[in-house]
Design a protein around this ligand. Structure first.
Ligand SMILES: Nc1ncnc2c1ncn2[C@@H]1O[C@H](COP(=O)(O)OP(=O)(O)O)[C@@H](O)[C@H]1O
Ligand SMILES: [Mg+2]
Length: 294
Protein backbone atom coordinates (compact mmCIF):
# COMPACT_ATOMS: atom_id res chain seq x y z
CA UNK A 1 0.00 0.00 0.00
CA UNK A 2 1.44 3.39 -0.93
CA UNK A 3 2.45 5.60 1.99
CA UNK A 4 1.78 2.98 4.61
CA UNK A 5 3.19 4.22 7.92
CA UNK A 6 2.10 1.39 10.10
CA UNK A 7 -0.37 -1.33 10.80
CA UNK A 8 -1.72 -2.96 13.90
CA UNK A 9 -4.12 -5.74 14.73
CA UNK A 10 -7.18 -3.76 13.69
CA UNK A 11 -6.12 -1.07 11.26
CA UNK A 12 -3.76 0.19 8.64
CA UNK A 13 -2.32 3.66 8.90
CA UNK A 14 -1.34 5.72 5.87
CA UNK A 15 0.28 9.06 5.26
CA UNK A 16 -1.94 11.60 3.50
CA UNK A 17 -2.60 15.20 2.66
CA UNK A 18 -6.02 16.54 3.53
CA UNK A 19 -6.82 20.00 2.12
CA UNK A 20 -9.16 20.99 4.93
CA UNK A 21 -6.44 20.49 7.53
CA UNK A 22 -3.47 21.52 5.38
CA UNK A 23 -2.99 24.93 7.01
CA UNK A 24 -2.15 23.41 10.36
CA UNK A 25 -1.20 19.87 9.32
CA UNK A 26 0.49 19.64 5.90
CA UNK A 27 0.66 15.88 6.33
CA UNK A 28 -1.54 13.66 8.44
CA UNK A 29 -1.83 9.98 9.28
CA UNK A 30 -5.10 8.22 8.54
CA UNK A 31 -5.99 5.20 10.62
CA UNK A 32 -8.36 3.09 8.54
CA UNK A 33 -10.53 0.61 10.35
CA UNK A 34 -12.44 -1.92 8.31
CA UNK A 35 -15.77 -2.28 10.07
CA UNK A 36 -16.41 -5.64 8.40
CA UNK A 37 -13.65 -7.36 10.40
CA UNK A 38 -14.68 -10.20 12.67
CA UNK A 39 -14.37 -10.21 16.42
CA UNK A 40 -15.30 -8.03 19.35
CA UNK A 41 -13.33 -4.96 18.43
CA UNK A 42 -15.70 -3.24 15.99
CA UNK A 43 -18.90 -3.75 17.98
CA UNK A 44 -17.65 -3.46 21.51
CA UNK A 45 -14.47 -1.40 21.56
CA UNK A 46 -14.58 0.86 18.51
CA UNK A 47 -17.54 2.96 19.75
CA UNK A 48 -15.63 3.65 22.97
CA UNK A 49 -12.44 4.49 21.09
CA UNK A 50 -14.42 6.93 18.97
CA UNK A 51 -16.03 8.63 21.95
CA UNK A 52 -12.73 8.93 23.80
CA UNK A 53 -10.52 10.17 20.96
CA UNK A 54 -13.03 12.89 20.19
CA UNK A 55 -13.02 14.05 23.79
CA UNK A 56 -9.35 14.12 24.69
CA UNK A 57 -6.67 16.65 24.01
CA UNK A 58 -3.16 16.67 25.42
CA UNK A 59 0.30 17.54 24.02
CA UNK A 60 1.51 13.98 24.66
CA UNK A 61 -1.49 12.23 23.20
CA UNK A 62 -1.80 11.70 19.44
CA UNK A 63 -4.70 13.95 18.39
CA UNK A 64 -7.51 12.72 16.22
CA UNK A 65 -8.38 15.77 14.14
CA UNK A 66 -11.43 14.45 12.37
CA UNK A 67 -13.31 11.22 11.85
CA UNK A 68 -14.86 10.32 8.52
CA UNK A 69 -16.73 7.34 7.18
CA UNK A 70 -15.74 5.93 3.82
CA UNK A 71 -17.56 2.85 2.54
CA UNK A 72 -16.90 0.13 5.09
CA UNK A 73 -14.12 2.10 6.67
CA UNK A 74 -14.00 4.38 9.63
CA UNK A 75 -11.09 6.75 9.15
CA UNK A 76 -9.39 8.60 11.98
CA UNK A 77 -7.54 11.60 10.60
CA UNK A 78 -4.74 12.08 13.10
CA UNK A 79 -1.73 14.25 13.61
CA UNK A 80 1.30 12.63 12.03
CA UNK A 81 3.82 11.20 14.45
CA UNK A 82 6.73 10.92 12.10
CA UNK A 83 9.28 9.90 14.70
CA UNK A 84 7.89 6.35 14.51
CA UNK A 85 6.95 4.38 17.60
CA UNK A 86 8.91 3.76 20.79
CA UNK A 87 9.60 0.13 19.94
CA UNK A 88 11.30 1.13 16.69
CA UNK A 89 13.34 3.71 18.57
CA UNK A 90 14.45 1.18 21.19
CA UNK A 91 15.25 -1.43 18.54
CA UNK A 92 17.34 1.04 16.57
CA UNK A 93 19.36 2.13 19.61
CA UNK A 94 19.27 -1.23 21.49
CA UNK A 95 18.15 0.69 24.56
CA UNK A 96 17.55 4.29 25.54
CA UNK A 97 20.05 6.04 27.80
CA UNK A 98 18.64 7.07 31.18
CA UNK A 99 18.98 10.82 30.60
CA UNK A 100 16.86 10.61 27.45
CA UNK A 101 14.58 8.03 29.02
CA UNK A 102 13.76 10.42 31.85
CA UNK A 103 12.48 13.09 29.48
CA UNK A 104 10.39 10.58 27.51
CA UNK A 105 8.99 8.83 30.57
CA UNK A 106 8.16 12.17 32.19
CA UNK A 107 6.04 12.98 29.13
CA UNK A 108 4.36 9.59 29.21
CA UNK A 109 3.47 10.10 32.87
CA UNK A 110 2.04 13.50 32.00
CA UNK A 111 -0.23 11.83 29.41
CA UNK A 112 -1.23 9.20 31.98
CA UNK A 113 -2.01 11.86 34.61
CA UNK A 114 -4.34 13.47 32.12
CA UNK A 115 -6.12 10.16 31.53
CA UNK A 116 -6.42 9.59 35.28
CA UNK A 117 -7.98 13.05 35.71
CA UNK A 118 -10.47 12.20 32.99
CA UNK A 119 -11.20 8.73 34.37
CA UNK A 120 -9.99 6.98 31.25
CA UNK A 121 -8.02 3.73 31.26
CA UNK A 122 -5.96 3.02 28.17
CA UNK A 123 -5.49 -0.74 28.74
CA UNK A 124 -3.08 -1.30 25.86
CA UNK A 125 -0.04 0.66 26.90
CA UNK A 126 3.02 -0.77 25.16
CA UNK A 127 5.97 0.50 23.19
CA UNK A 128 4.21 -0.03 19.83
CA UNK A 129 1.36 2.25 20.91
CA UNK A 130 3.58 5.07 22.07
CA UNK A 131 4.44 7.23 19.08
CA UNK A 132 6.95 10.06 18.69
CA UNK A 133 6.60 13.28 16.79
CA UNK A 134 9.37 14.70 14.65
CA UNK A 135 10.83 16.52 17.65
CA UNK A 136 10.92 13.30 19.68
CA UNK A 137 8.01 14.13 21.93
CA UNK A 138 5.90 11.25 23.20
CA UNK A 139 2.46 10.90 21.63
CA UNK A 140 0.41 8.19 23.26
CA UNK A 141 -1.81 6.54 20.66
CA UNK A 142 -4.11 3.61 19.96
CA UNK A 143 -7.08 4.03 22.26
CA UNK A 144 -8.61 0.86 20.79
CA UNK A 145 -9.12 -0.73 24.22
CA UNK A 146 -9.64 2.42 26.23
CA UNK A 147 -12.76 3.09 28.25
CA UNK A 148 -14.10 5.41 30.89
CA UNK A 149 -13.78 3.76 34.27
CA UNK A 150 -15.29 5.98 36.93
CA UNK A 151 -14.17 5.93 40.56
CA UNK A 152 -15.42 2.74 42.17
CA UNK A 153 -16.26 1.11 38.84
CA UNK A 154 -14.55 -2.16 37.95
CA UNK A 155 -13.83 -4.12 34.82
CA UNK A 156 -12.93 -7.74 34.18
CA UNK A 157 -12.26 -7.54 30.47
CA UNK A 158 -8.95 -8.92 29.30
CA UNK A 159 -7.27 -6.26 27.19
CA UNK A 160 -3.78 -5.58 26.02
CA UNK A 161 -0.68 -7.63 25.30
CA UNK A 162 0.29 -10.38 27.69
CA UNK A 163 3.82 -9.09 28.19
CA UNK A 164 2.57 -5.70 29.36
CA UNK A 165 -0.60 -6.38 31.31
CA UNK A 166 -0.90 -6.35 35.06
CA UNK A 167 -1.13 -9.67 36.91
CA UNK A 168 -4.72 -8.97 38.04
CA UNK A 169 -5.76 -8.81 34.38
CA UNK A 170 -3.84 -12.01 33.59
CA UNK A 171 -5.63 -13.69 36.49
CA UNK A 172 -9.05 -12.39 35.38
CA UNK A 173 -9.50 -10.56 38.67
CA UNK A 174 -11.66 -7.44 38.57
CA UNK A 175 -9.59 -4.29 38.30
CA UNK A 176 -10.31 -0.65 38.82
CA UNK A 177 -8.88 2.30 37.03
CA UNK A 178 -5.50 3.49 36.14
CA UNK A 179 -3.39 1.14 38.28
CA UNK A 180 -3.33 -1.29 35.34
CA UNK A 181 -1.87 1.43 33.12
CA UNK A 182 0.69 2.27 35.79
CA UNK A 183 1.83 -1.37 35.72
CA UNK A 184 2.18 -1.29 31.93
CA UNK A 185 4.16 1.95 32.16
CA UNK A 186 6.61 0.07 34.41
CA UNK A 187 7.04 -2.58 31.72
CA UNK A 188 7.52 0.18 29.12
CA UNK A 189 10.20 1.77 31.32
CA UNK A 190 11.99 -1.55 31.77
CA UNK A 191 12.00 -2.20 28.01
CA UNK A 192 13.09 1.36 27.28
CA UNK A 193 16.11 1.29 29.59
CA UNK A 194 17.25 -2.32 29.11
CA UNK A 195 16.08 -3.24 25.60
CA UNK A 196 14.65 -6.42 27.14
CA UNK A 197 11.31 -7.65 28.42
CA UNK A 198 10.98 -7.95 32.20
CA UNK A 199 9.05 -11.25 32.14
CA UNK A 200 9.11 -14.30 29.93
CA UNK A 201 5.59 -14.47 28.54
CA UNK A 202 6.00 -17.90 26.98
CA UNK A 203 4.91 -19.55 30.22
CA UNK A 204 2.04 -17.43 31.52
CA UNK A 205 1.60 -19.23 34.83
CA UNK A 206 5.30 -18.88 35.60
CA UNK A 207 5.15 -15.24 34.59
CA UNK A 208 2.23 -14.61 36.96
CA UNK A 209 4.04 -16.41 39.80
CA UNK A 210 7.11 -14.24 39.29
CA UNK A 211 4.97 -11.10 39.25
CA UNK A 212 3.04 -12.06 42.38
CA UNK A 213 6.30 -12.70 44.24
CA UNK A 214 7.28 -9.16 43.25
CA UNK A 215 10.44 -10.40 41.56
CA UNK A 216 12.02 -8.15 38.96
CA UNK A 217 15.22 -9.39 37.38
CA UNK A 218 17.45 -6.77 35.77
CA UNK A 219 19.98 -7.81 33.13
CA UNK A 220 23.56 -7.83 34.40
CA UNK A 221 24.78 -6.57 31.06
CA UNK A 222 23.01 -3.21 31.48
CA UNK A 223 24.34 -0.59 33.81
CA UNK A 224 21.16 0.79 35.39
CA UNK A 225 21.09 3.33 38.20
CA UNK A 226 19.71 2.29 41.58
CA UNK A 227 17.07 5.01 41.23
CA UNK A 228 15.82 3.57 37.93
CA UNK A 229 15.73 0.03 39.33
CA UNK A 230 13.90 1.21 42.43
CA UNK A 231 11.23 3.03 40.46
CA UNK A 232 10.64 0.10 38.09
CA UNK A 233 10.47 -2.28 41.06
CA UNK A 234 7.95 -0.06 42.86
CA UNK A 235 5.75 0.29 39.78
CA UNK A 236 5.73 -3.46 39.12
CA UNK A 237 4.05 -4.13 42.45
CA UNK A 238 1.64 -7.08 42.47
CA UNK A 239 -0.92 -5.19 44.58
CA UNK A 240 -2.53 -2.47 42.47
CA UNK A 241 -3.04 -0.10 45.41
CA UNK A 242 0.64 -0.31 46.33
CA UNK A 243 1.77 0.94 42.92
CA UNK A 244 2.85 4.58 42.91
CA UNK A 245 0.50 7.21 41.52
CA UNK A 246 1.56 9.44 38.64
CA UNK A 247 2.36 12.15 41.16
CA UNK A 248 4.56 9.81 43.18
CA UNK A 249 6.34 8.70 40.00
CA UNK A 250 7.06 12.32 39.11
CA UNK A 251 8.51 12.85 42.59
CA UNK A 252 10.57 9.65 42.59
CA UNK A 253 14.33 9.90 43.06
CA UNK A 254 14.83 8.94 39.43
CA UNK A 255 12.51 11.54 37.97
CA UNK A 256 12.25 14.39 40.44
CA UNK A 257 14.96 16.55 38.85
CA UNK A 258 13.56 16.10 35.34
CA UNK A 259 11.30 18.98 34.33
CA UNK A 260 8.37 18.38 32.04
CA UNK A 261 9.34 19.80 28.64
CA UNK A 262 7.90 19.63 25.17
CA UNK A 263 10.46 19.99 22.39
CA UNK A 264 9.15 22.57 19.98
CA UNK A 265 9.04 22.21 16.23
CA UNK A 266 11.67 23.98 14.20
CA UNK A 267 10.03 24.33 10.82
CA UNK A 268 7.10 22.35 9.53
CA UNK A 269 8.21 20.42 6.50
CA UNK A 270 5.80 19.52 3.74
CA UNK A 271 8.04 17.02 2.04
CA UNK A 272 7.53 13.35 2.80
CA UNK A 273 9.87 12.46 5.64
CA UNK A 274 12.30 9.68 4.63
CA UNK A 275 11.20 7.53 7.54
CA UNK A 276 7.69 7.22 6.18
CA UNK A 277 8.47 7.44 2.48
CA UNK A 278 10.19 4.10 2.40
CA UNK A 279 7.75 2.44 4.54
CA UNK A 280 5.84 -0.12 6.31
CA UNK A 281 6.77 0.14 9.97
CA UNK A 282 8.20 -3.16 11.08
CA UNK A 283 5.70 -3.45 13.91
CA UNK A 284 8.14 -5.97 15.32
CA UNK A 285 6.77 -8.25 17.92
CA UNK A 286 7.76 -7.67 21.52
CA UNK A 287 7.99 -11.41 21.94
CA UNK A 288 11.24 -11.38 19.97
CA UNK A 289 12.93 -9.51 22.80
CA UNK A 290 14.80 -11.62 25.28
CA UNK A 291 14.23 -11.45 29.02
CA UNK A 292 17.16 -11.21 31.45
CA UNK A 293 16.91 -14.99 31.96
CA UNK A 294 18.11 -15.67 28.45
N1 LIG B 1 -0.58 9.23 13.93
C1 LIG B 1 0.34 8.34 13.57
N2 LIG B 1 1.50 8.75 13.01
C2 LIG B 1 2.44 7.83 12.64
N3 LIG B 1 2.30 6.50 12.76
C3 LIG B 1 1.17 6.04 13.30
C4 LIG B 1 0.13 6.92 13.73
N4 LIG B 1 -0.89 6.18 14.21
C5 LIG B 1 -0.50 4.90 14.10
N5 LIG B 1 0.73 4.79 13.56
C6 LIG B 1 1.46 3.54 13.28
O1 LIG B 1 0.51 2.53 12.94
C7 LIG B 1 0.54 1.44 13.90
C8 LIG B 1 -0.90 0.97 14.13
O2 LIG B 1 -1.69 2.00 14.71
P1 LIG B 1 -2.55 1.77 16.01
O3 LIG B 1 -3.25 3.05 16.33
O4 LIG B 1 -1.66 1.22 17.07
O5 LIG B 1 -3.61 0.71 15.51
P2 LIG B 1 -4.04 -0.78 15.95
O6 LIG B 1 -5.24 -0.61 16.81
O7 LIG B 1 -4.38 -1.47 14.68
O8 LIG B 1 -2.87 -1.38 16.68
C9 LIG B 1 1.25 2.00 15.12
O9 LIG B 1 1.93 1.01 15.86
C10 LIG B 1 2.21 3.03 14.51
O10 LIG B 1 3.42 2.41 14.09
MG1 LIG C 1 -1.66 -0.57 18.17
Amino acid sequence: MPNLVGSGSYSTVVLAKYPKLAATHPLIAIKNIDRRQAGDYVKRFLPRELEIVKAIQHPNICSVLEVIEHNHYLCFLTELCDGGDLLEKINAAKRIPETEGKVLFRQLIEALSYLVENEIVHRDLKCENIFLDKDQNIKLGDFGFARYLRTGEKSKTFCGSRAYVAPEILRSVEYSGHTVDIWSSGVVLFVMLTGMMPYDERNVQKMIDTQLKHKVKFPRSVDLSVEARTLIYEILHPHPVSRPTCQQIKLSEWLKATPYVIHKAKKVSVSLPPSVKSAPSSSSSTTTKPTPDE
